[in-house]
Design a protein around this ligand. Structure first.
Ligand code: ATP
Length: 314
């Protein structure tokens, strides 16, 4: 029941069920520029998709329904406010088809963790429903719809490692020789609301107490080409880190513990509170993850690899 489109690596239609796996993202570089008149900050970011996945299944149905299991089940509303429902409706409106599907989410990406889980789910929904409904849009067309739902959706449709500009929605892939990077992801108890973290950064900047802004990602891009984790570790940076630390001072202990455990570098992921650590290889990642878990500074420490492809049918 599947046919592959000519200019895209995705199939065209499936009678269902359609199962899509989508990764979490981290930002290797997150340069936050000034607040624009449209309420967004101008970003210079390097996105990187890692092997921590949500899985969305879409089945034919008579109405639009959503169920879920895993991370955040019971906390996350499954109504019209959910990005999955909003993504399905946005695609149905664009393609002029009825928004009929039974959607089920298996969630592993923590809520409000700075890993773009909501945007990941929206990306997975756009891809799954496009196939289920046979609407036949390209990844770029799905990305345009997705950008109206969350700045990270276009990246999560493409995956890999990519430069993000605008408010993050304008994505261009970074072509580097294939290298696998090994990460440890320290998942916190509870989330941080992204808008609150941006507001805190604006406040720190207004008071003159924010670190100098990172600006463009040139050093990071050069480091990626060298394929040496020590080199990459030296240039990881996040303008939101100071704000996340101000709101969650305990994150300093997480970063310190990772450094003491021998991680090559550690940063807050996006708006936090998740922290990510770069390690030399898979064995080193396991050692650092174990040290973080033993210290009891986070809810859970898991290893992950990157880059990973974006939303894909499995
Ligand atoms: P980002 O890094 O993109 O700022 P985040 O990782 O910090 O995001 P998310 O988990 O993506 O945070 O979502 C933030 C909020 O979006 C949640 O607290 C929730 O209120 C809302 N939301 C709506 N739908 C979803 C969804 N399917 N998954 C997660 N959050 C959702």
């Amino acid at each position: 029941t599947e046919a592959w489109g000519p200019d895209d690596d995705k199939p065209r239609r499936s009678a269902g069920p359609v199962r899509v796996r989508v990764p979490a993202k981290i930002n290797l570089h997150l340069g936050v520029g000034p607040l624009r008149s449209d309420g967004y900050h101008e970003l210079n970011t390097v996105y990187h998709a890692i092997s921590l996945f949500d899985e969305l299944t879409a089945r034919a149905g008579d109405t639009l329904t959503l169920t879920m299991e895993g991370e955040g089940a019971g906390e996350l509303a499954l109504d019209e406010s959910n990005l999955i429902i909003r993504a399905a409706r946005a695609l149905a409106t664009e393609a002029r088809v009825p928004a009929h599907a039974r959607l089920h989410l298996r969630k592993s990406i923590p809520l409000a963790g700075g890993l773009a889980g909501g945007s990941a789910d929206a990306a997975a929904t756009l891809l799954a429903c496009d196939l289920l409904w046979g609407t036949g849009l390209s990844r770029d067309e799905l990305g345009e719809i997705g950008a109206t739902l969350g700045s990270d959706v276009p990246f999560l449709l493409h995956g890999g490692t990519a430069l993000g500009t605008g408010h993050g929605e304008a994505v261009s892939p970074i072509l580097a020789r294939p290298t696998t990077w090994h990460w440890v992801v320290a998942i916190a108890d509870g989330g941080l609301a992204t808008p609150e973290v941006y507001r805190e950064l604006d406040r720190l900047r207004a008071g003159g107490s924010a670190p100098v802004a990172l600006g463009p990602a040139d050093a990071l891009m050069a480091a990626l080409r060298q394929r040496d984790p020590a080199v990459l570790g030296a240039v990881l940076g996040n303008d939101l880190q100071a704000a996340a630390l101000a709101l969650r001072p305990h994150l300093a202990d997480v970063l310190k513990t990772g450094a003491e455990a021998g991680a090559l570098a550690g940063i807050v992921s996006g708006s936090g509170p998740t922290c990510v650590f770069l390690t030399a290889d898979g064995a080193h990642a396991q050692t650092v993850a174990a040290a973080l878990a033993d210290a009891g500074v986070c809810r859970e420490a898991v290893t992950a690899r990157g880059p990973m492809p974006g939303a894909r049918v499995i």
